[in-house]
Design a protein around this ligand. Sequence first.
Ligand code: GLN
Length: 452
Amino acid sequence: MKKIKDYQSKDVQSYLSQVKDNDKDIGAFLEFNDSAEASDIEGTLSSVPFGVKDNIAVEGMHLTCGSKMLENFVSPYDATAVKKLKEAGAICLGKTNLDEFGMGSSTDNSALGVTNNPWDTSRVCGGSSGGSAAAVAAGMVPFALGTDTGGSIRQPASFCGVYGLKPTYGVVSRFGLVAYASSLEVCGILADSVDTTRTVFETIKGKDVNDQTSIDHIPASPEAKTIAVLSGDLGLSPEVEAAYKKAAEAYKEKGFSIIETTLPMLDYGIAAYYTIAMGEASANLARYNGVRYGHRSKDASNFEDLVQKSRDEGFGDEVKLRILLGTYVLRSGFQDQYYTRAQKIRTAVRNEFDSVFEKADLIMLPAFPTQAFVHGDSSLDQFQQKLADKFTVAANLAGVPSMSVPVSVENGLPVGMQLMGPVFSEERIFRAAEVLAEVLPPAACPGKMEVC
Ligand code: GLN
């Protein structure tokens, strides 16, 4: 397997042209950085190319959020995570595709392009950080930044057979990240190895004066001996079920004790998540009014008309649906019934995790009930995709870290499992993921780019 060093490139332009060639069938990138050049900064990340999900700001590049609303918007500054990577010598190679404003699980909700799964181009790459996952799986970059509000790093990581870390809430600055649901989302990493994930995490973490919700990382104990797995019928596809068993067996073989548990709050988590996420989205997306920035309708006759038409023309259907529902749950007189209630469920989810973490060091659970599905699969419509977020949204509600780890390839497609721990337990997760990689080494995607 390639190490991060193997990606250090002195001739970035020739590397970029190979990536462009490779991306023709995949569509991971929305924009390439044509002025990318090698860095003379010393260090592990020196001249290492990376991708950035297109809802994270990179100075001088577009920041479309996969939306017509921001199709022509160019960012005047770098997000803190991007700035830290550049200061370490890494090179932003381009911006990656996503579901519009991060809303979805397939990247098919992007208004600006389709991204195919590098393992099977008839299938989705997962979402919403799907372009980042596909770029890593196809070997175009060793890592890419993503965002995770309810699973958007972990689900595409599972679908594309790469590592995907959603850090503890607040540990990576959200400055420069276009807000979807601020109390749930984090900036995180999709990468081709645990080691790369760790290096990038160490580089981008930490309190930031530009983000009042950011915090310094105070590492929890890195040791893990006991891993909790979920018992009962979880509604998994046979392939995901088989991968879950293999991963548990691998830990047993390595001397871990595996305990069975249940998390009844997972079922309530989806309703609570979508209530909170849509409420926050309706407030965050109010800024796109056709006046200050973003799409402005050409045929408006007065101010109200301008706002209405700009929003109607700029937003896609899923975004409109969420704004409408979010506005509904926040209406005066309705807040107690929906938003405040969802916040109570959120506390109950967190308490449930706390009680499991008294008995176990980590929880292992699937990232998604199925493997990557075919584009337009009617059995996984937008509503079914939301229900399938059951295993990922809970970590966002609780603010705890979780990483999707590739554990097996079933019928030619990868399956990832999440390792979830208490706040600040990222290093514990990395070490446990390394143990798993010894027994079940991650398979490379067929046709993975092998140039350096
Ligand atoms: N699928 C979830 C949603 O659509 C998660 C998205 C995300 O994490 N950005 O909201």
